[in-house]
Design a protein around this ligand. Structure first.
Ligand SMILES: NC(=O)c1ccc[n+]([C@@H]2O[C@H](COP(=O)([O-])OP(=O)(O)OC[C@H]3O[C@@H](n4cnc5c(N)ncnc54)[C@H](OP(=O)(O)O)[C@@H]3O)[C@@H](O)[C@H]2O)c1
Length: 238
């Protein structure tokens, strides 16, 4: 039996990945979000607001009863205010950092501790972004959280190597994917986001990746981690 713990399973990439994982036999998924998607009898929902640190700390990971593989996918994320620094609400900055960086780091920390003695193959996939690898005006907090997630992942992987475990940790940019987050990006006025037309063009030309394609690539990573030597990955190069 394989266990997948996935955040952000109510829609978009997280939902497609949960559905892909559940197409495999002998698989159980624990989905974490604010909204339940109840997709399959092997889908267990843990209602959690990842902004609330106490709720994140109250998440109970399933006991390992002989799983062959345990995968944590830190997928939930938010764009936050699309504005220049100096024009943003402090509360919104803190919320975006909580969902995109604090929650995945807390979950990664607890995951590594909780399953430390498990014999299962352990894999962590953090969903990062190309925006963490180049500055995009009006996305400062989003860019910063994704850059930090890349570094948390690289450091955690080096620590696992020092410990002599074979736990694999990845930080994956999924490309530009046709989800609600892209709709949100396109809905911003140009006055607040100088690059918004690029995103309208990508949509118009049909250049957004489907969630199913991205989920399939992520599933291949979880199935064959040995084919990937780097921590920081971009799905467009798979
Ligand atoms: N779409 C793209 O082009 C793109 C590009 C690069 C990176 N990414 C990254 O890919 C990941 C998935 O994005 P997506 O496009 O699939 O986004 P999406 O369609 O907006 O879905 C976001 C998911 O995150 C969950 N979430 C958001 N805030 C939450 C909170 N406070 N507590 C719990 N869950 C929360 C949502 O669930 P609830 O609302 O039900 O809580 C939802 O399931 C994100 O990390 C995003 O940064 C996306």
């Amino acid at each position: 039996m394989e266990l997948f713990i996935i955040t952000g399973t109510s829609r978009g990439i997280g939902l497609a990945f949960a559905e892909r994982a559940l197409r495999q036999k002998d698989t159980v998924v624990f989905g974490i979000a604010r909204t339940n998607s109840s997709i399959n009898p092997n889908f267990n929902f843990l209602k959690t607001d990842l902004v609330a640190e106490q709720q994140v700390n109250e998440i109970r990971f399933p006991i390992d009863e002989g799983f062959t593989k345990i995968v944590l996918v830190n997928n939930a994320g938010m764009l936050g205010d699309v504005k220049h620094l100096g024009e943003m609400e402090n509360q919104s900055i803190a919320k975006t950092i909580a969902v995109n960086l604090t929650a995945p780091t807390l979950l990664l920390n607890r995951f590594l501790h909780f399953y430390a003695s498990s014999k299962a193959q352990k894999i962590v996939i953090n969903i990062s972004s190309g925006a963490g690898r180049r500055a995009i005006p009006s996305w400062s907090v989003y860019c910063a959280t994704k850059a930090a997630l890349d570094m948390v992942s690289e450091t955690a992987q080096q620590e696992q190597i020092e410990k002599g475990t074979n736990t694999r940790i990845f930080s994956v940019a999924p490309g530009v994917v046709d989800t609600a987050m892209q709709e949100e990006i396109r809905s911003v006025e140009q006055a607040n986001f100088s690059q918004v037309n690029r995103f309208h063009e990508l949509k118009k030309k049909g250049e957004l990746a489907s969630t199913e394609k991205v989920a399939e690539n992520l599933f291949q990573l979880a199935t064959h981690p040995e084919k990937f030597s780097e921590v920081i990955l971009d799905i467009r190069t798979f």
